[in-house]
Design a protein around this ligand. Structure first.
Ligand code: NAP
Length: 293
């Protein structure tokens, strides 16, 4: 049998993303041993019972000993503390990557913890997920045919980059690369803004006097549009804080456009309404035809 890509893998944060990656690599036969790490022994015991990991540590420093690849899959707000805990215990050739939904804050946290960006660190973000959280929500197929964005820095080692690329390819993903800044701007528009809209819509309706009746009458469209408002509130709090600048920019632009739409409805500007809806329908139909949703 050929040697697996990763001899010993450490996943810090065995939740939806970390657990799914562990499962995918195991199914692909590309990992020897998987060490899980996190705060809660109960979660880690469940992950082990489900076969997601082989063993676990709640001491993150101990978890990274003797491993060749570490994947950090904790909420963005916990990244810096994790980097600081593992920094003194990492072997110089251990490859390090993360899955955080914003990249500028992860890079800044790494610089604070390590003093500079380690050549072994390859920041990454899988464009895949569900509104569920935790090890029990993880599944091996999550990354199949999904994109993973890597944002390698100038001093990254080519061996580390190659290893992380190969890891995601083994999990079924298509790997692309871009800069940290571009990643954060694009994701603010395509992912972070839609989550803000879904949360805000559900919250506004829930606070109306007749909210129960509103939800009783809600149909499939409401369910589709608001599915992502069931996502983990702490995770989305962390994303707002981490990607504040890019998110504010796109939120302000959207607020202006919504203001114009409101005005068009007030004035009965049918041309504006028809043009806006037609343009949006064409864009979405085209996007769906490319098979991206
Ligand atoms: P999740 O299911 O809640 O898993 C997070 C894991 O991190 C849990 O296993 C949790 O376990 C552990 N954890 C939390 N705080 C920790 C800490 N301070 N130290 C150590 N471990 C800690 O979340 P997820 O959806 O997988 O998200 C994980 C990361 O992936 C986030 O950075 C998120 O931005 C990114 N991401 C998420 C999605 C998505 O759609 N969900 C998509 C792409 C990227 P314990 O509570 O037991 O410690």
């Amino acid at each position: 049998m050929s040697k697996p890509l990763v001899n010993r893998l450490c996943v810090i944060g065995v939740g939806l993303i970390g657990g799914s990656l562990a499962r995918a690599l195991r199914n692909a036969g590309q990992v020897g041993e998987i060490v899980g790490a996190g705060r809660s022994r109960t979660h880690l015991e469940t992950a082990r019972a489900l076969g997601v990991i082989d063993r676990f540590e709640t001491d993150l420093g101990a978890a990274v000993q003797g491993v060749d690849l570490v994947v950090i899959a904790v909420p963005l707000g916990a990244m810096q503390a994790v980097f600081e805990t593992i920094a003194p215990r990492l072997a110089p050739d251990t490859v390090l990557t993360d899955v955080g939904s914003a990249k500028g804050s992860v890079v800044a946290a790494a610089v604070t913890a390590f003093g500079e960006l380690p050549g072994t660190l390859v920041p990454g973000h899988p464009i895949a997920g569900t509104e569920k959280s935790g090890e029990e929500a993880s599944f091996a197929e999550l990354f199949q045919h999904r994109r993973v964005i890597l944002t390698p820095h100038a001093s990254v080692s080519s061996a580390a980059l190659e290893k992380v690329r190969a890891m995601w390819a083994a999990a079924g993903a298509q790997v692309v690369e871009t800069s940290v800044e571009h990643h954060d701007q694009v994701l603010a528009a395509t992912s972070h803004l839609p989550h803000m809209l879904a949360y805000a819509l559900v919250d506004t309706l829930a606070r109306m006097d007749d909210s129960r009746e509103i939800f009783d009458y809600a149909a499939g469209g409401f369910r589709d549009f608001t599915r992502i408002a069931s996502s983990d509130p702490q995770m989305w709090h962390d994303i707002c804080v981490a990607n504040r600048t890019a998110l504010l920019e796109v939120l302000e632009r959207f607020t202006d456009d919504l203001g114009q739409l409101t005005e068009a409805i007030r004035c009965g500007d049918s041309d504006y309404l028809r043009e806006t809806f037609t343009r949006a329908k064409q864009e979405r139909d085209q996007f769906c035809d490319t098979g991206d949703v």
